[in-house]
Design a protein around this ligand. Structure first.
Ligand code: NDP
Length: 463
């Protein structure tokens, strides 16, 4: 279905930053981090936003703060050996990038997917620094994962893998040091196995060491829903700034995991008609609107595929294995699967079909040239750093509840999520306007996140 994300990016990559200083910093980053295209892409996107900041604050260059923020504080790679159900031994690779702790303990998810490598984890960790800064909470940036593929593995195999992974990772974690959560391939089941092994190794019931825990053992209400709900709330804020709302909008969503499911649920609650979801095998187009209860049953209970959804849903749903969800006409598009899944061709189709808003539930799902095209066409665009920050913000609320040994209601937690998304939207909007690029949420998010984290770094000395 979708082209290889890496190929799509290489094809369209172009440099040419606005100042010689930024160009030289970027060239040095390319030289020192070879073979990491996703990391290069994430860095370039932030650097492209920084010229106005450097015009106003040239002292940042002397302090080498850009070079510092682009270099992880610590990069951990380790062997993860484990045995499958037939006794065969497998060896995977584990990663944790502890990117920046100026604002708080490293915070960011773990991804288990065969495509995971150092460059992917670095791009995710880098984005996480600015996203976490935007939440206004005391959390630094980090990310981790493994090239392990949980698909088709039994619960016992996933447990043995998680135990081996945590056996090594545990020495780097702690509620005040580094606090992982879930991401692609890591949900409640995996967090449970990881927490159990951490507790066993350390002999500590340290709830704040992982987020996304079960509700009965330190988890937070609304954490499961938070990323998808937050993205839809952010989209609603962007639409409201243009005098519109979600009511009656035709929405396409990609993916069918945690972020996709709760984006669909929230959009429907706000009166939108969501007609698609997808996985790596194809997508579903459901004219009557996605039946989210059925989708949850198939994906969350049965670990099934969207093809199963189409089979069980009846006449309104079609399973499509050619093309992408972006081919379906819509007002709002919410890419919620993986990086670089929405490229220039897809953006052209969306614009031709009259899309009004695109908001990133996934991390960096839109290629740089697609973002440019959408913005130039007047489509309101919500970057993942801002739009999907509701997940990590609610993880920070989970940490807060753990520290106070409290358990908040769903309503209280959701209200905090809503306020956070409104605040992030206002920060991005106001920052973009102040820097002469009104309506450019990419610039607003990058500049506001960058200033918050680098101001903290500067105040803390040469670190
Ligand atoms: P899940 O594992 O729950 O779901 C991932 C979904 O994306 C699945 O439908 C999967 O399909 C699809 N997918 C993954 N990789 C590919 C690929 N290479 N090509 C096509 N489809 C793919 O993950 P999440 O929903 O948690 O995460 C989705 C995105 O949201 C990621 O970018 C993640 O970083 C981001 N995100 C997640 C947060 C969270 O709280 N969970 C917070 C902020 C961002 P298949 O099953 O076929 O692989």
């Amino acid at each position: 279905m979708s082209p290889s994300p890496q190929t799509a990016y290489y094809r369209e990559q172009e440099h040419g930053l606005r100042t010689p200083e930024l160009n030289s910093i970027y060239s040095e980053i390319l030289r020192r981090n070879p073979g990491e295209p996703e990391f290069h892409q994430a860095v370039l996107e932030v650097l492209e936003s920084l010229a106005p900041v450097l015009d106003a604050r040239p002292e940042l260059l002397d302090a080498r703060v850009i070079e510092r923020v682009c270099e992880p504080e610590r990069q951990i790679m380790f062997r993860v050996p484990w045995q499958d159900d037939s006794g065969q031994v497998h060896v995977n690779r584990g990663f944790r990038i502890e990117f920046n702790s100026a604002l708080g303990p490293y915070k960011g998810g773990l991804r288990f997917h065969p495509s995971v490598n150092l460059g992917v984890v670095k791009f995710l960790g880098f984005e996480q620094i600015f996203k976490n800064a935007l939440t206004g909470m005391s959390i630094g940036g980090g990310k981790g994962g493994s090239d392990f593929d949980p698909k088709g593995r039994s619960d016992a195999e996933v447990m043995r893998f998680c135990q081996s992974f945590m056996t090594e990772l545990s020495r780097y974690l702690g509620e005040h040091t580094d606090v992982p959560a879930g991401d692609i391939g890591v949900g409640g089941r995996e967090i449970g196995f990881l927490f159990g092994q951490y507790r066993r190794i350390t002999n500590r019931w340290e709830a704040g060491v992982l987020t996304g825990k079960g509700l009965g053992w330190g988890g937070s209400q609304a954490r499961t829903e938070a990323t998808g709900y937050g993205n839809v709330l952010f989209t609603a804020e962007m639409l409201q700034a243009r005098g519109e709302d979600m009511e009656g909008q035709q929405v396409v969503v990609s993916g069918s995991g945690n972020v996709a499911i709760y984006s669909i649920e929230k959009a429907q609650k706000l009166g939108a008609n969501v007609v698609t979801c997808s996985d790596s095998g194809g997508y579903v187009m459901d004219e009557k609107g996605i039946d989210v209860a059925l989708l949850k049953e198939i994906k969350e209970v049965g670990r099934g595929r969207v093809s199963d959804y189409a089979e069980r849903r009846g006449a309104s749903a079609r399973y499509v294995t050619t093309g992408q969800v972006w081919d379906v006409p819509c007002d709002v598009a919410l890419p919620s699967a993986t990086q670089n899944e929405l490229d220039l061709d897809a953006a052209q189709i969306l614009v031709r079909n009259g899309v009004k808003a695109v908001s990133e539930g996934a991390n960096m799902p839109t290629t740089p040239s697609a973002v440019r095209l959408l913005q130039e066409a007047g489509v309101v665009f919500g970057p993942g750093k801002a739009a999907n920050a509701g997940g990590v913000a609610t993880s920070a609320l989970e940490m807060q509840q753990n520290a106070g040994r409290e358990s908040w209601s769903f309503a209280r937690t959701e209200e905090r999520l809503g306020q956070t998304m409104r605040d992030i939207h206002e920060t991005c909007r106001e920052t973009a306007e102040r820097h002469g690029v009104p309506g450019d949420y990419v610039a607003g998010a990058n500049i506001a996140g960058f200033e918050r984290v680098t101001d903290a770094m500067l105040a803390q000395g040469v670190i």
